[in-house]
Design a protein around this ligand. Structure first.
Ligand SMILES: [Zn+2]
Length: 335
């Protein structure tokens, strides 16, 4: 299996799976789920037995990348974030997609691990020979002292190259994935605002904000400083009885480090509000650009209240939100 041609069935399977999906009609959130689950699990059998050559890994990663960013290759959208960054865990600013080569190592490493704790079984004797042939320095890759294995959780400990093997989900569970992906892109400064398009050599009539025309359209301008965006933030802060808008950077707002001492539940509700707000401000901006319509301040607030209510109440476990309370006294509307 060290030759590239032996991996052709895996690559063909990857491609044929993709042909059945109309990626362009699937949202980023849907594509992320597909890339993570189906595309990642397709080569599982091979990956658990053989070390894939680098060229094969690169080929498979490019198929995943194109599917996620481009769809099925029908158009050539710009990839707004480097694929390698998307592979990183959330803690490191990625989308937690997980690299295929990491997965390959983890699956092979499992044999190594089991060989350590069950040294006398027959399969271990056979497998050990294979592992040695693979020439992978597993021992040096372990970042945890495994001992007898009883204190190591395979899927949860960062034991291969410091990577988490377990798939964890985006941190705020109260918003849809598409919102989390948008926020992630905003934090990475990878939103197609005009100044960014201009930097990438796309010819535009103007780089000024399509809503206010007061300033160059940067990500900060669109999501915070534009008077249309600020009007919405002020209304949202007022709705929550929070006074003036104090967080004045993308990082402060969306990373959710708030000063108030909130319970974990309220922190994630408030973060969900901020994410919803950012997401809908961007949606409103696009509506202006693509269909020349945009909301007024009161309509914007109402849309944020409706969407956040729908998203959060659908995702809260064992608790309910009361709509009238939600729009009037949100801090006391949990029942
Ligand atoms: Zn503006």
């Amino acid at each position: 299996m060290s030759k590239e041609q032996n991996w052709k069935p895996v690559i063909d399977k990857f491609n044929s799976k993709l042909a059945n999906w109309k990626a362009r009609s699937i949202s980023y959130g849907g594509r992320l789920t597909l890339v993570k689950s189906v595309l990642s699990s397709l080569p599982l059998y091979y990956f658990s037995l053989f070390r894939a050559p680098l060229s094969v890994i690169k080929n498979l990663e490019s198929i995943r990348r194109n599917f996620f960013w481009v769809g099925t290759g029908e158009c050539s959208k710009l990839s707004w974030v480097k694929w390698d960054e998307g592979l990183l865990p959330y803690e490191d600013g990625g989308l937690n997609i997980g690299s295929l080569s990491g997965k390959n190592l983890a699956l092979l490493g499992k044999w190594f691990w089991r060989a350590k704790i069950e040294p006398k079984t027959l399969w271990v004797l056979i497998k050990s020979v294979m592992i040695e042939k693979m020439d992978i320095k597993f021992a040096s890759s372990f970042s945890k002292i495994i001992g007898d294995g009883s204190d190591t959780r395979f899927w949860e400990d960062p034991w291969v190259c410091g990577l988490l093997v377990r798939e964890v989900f985006l941190k705020n569970r109260l918003t849809p994935i598409k919102v989390a992906i948008f926020i992630w892109r905003a934090l990475k400064r990878r939103i197609p605002v005009r100044i960014e398009l201009d930097k990438r050599g796309i010819d535009l009539d103007s780089v000024r904000c399509p809503l206010c025309d007061d300033d160059v359209e940067t990500i900060e301008h669109t999501l915070i400083f534009c008077r249309h965006a600020m009007d919405i933030w002020v209304r949202v802060y007022k709705w929550w009885g929070l006074g003036t808008v104090s967080n004045l950077s993308i990082d402060e707002i969306f990373r959710g480090k708030c000063n108030r001492s909130l319970s974990p539940l309220w922190s994630s509700i408030w973060q969900a509000i901020e994410w919803t707000c950012g997401y809908l401000i961007w949606k409103n901006r696009n509506q202006k650009v693509f269909s020349d319509s945009s909301w007024s301040g009161p309509t914007g607030l109402m849309e944020i209240q409706l969407k956040s209510f729908e998203w959060i109440s659908n995702r809260l476990k064992n608790r309910k939100l009361d709509w009238l309370g939600w729009i009037s006294k949100p801090w006391s509307c949990l029942v």
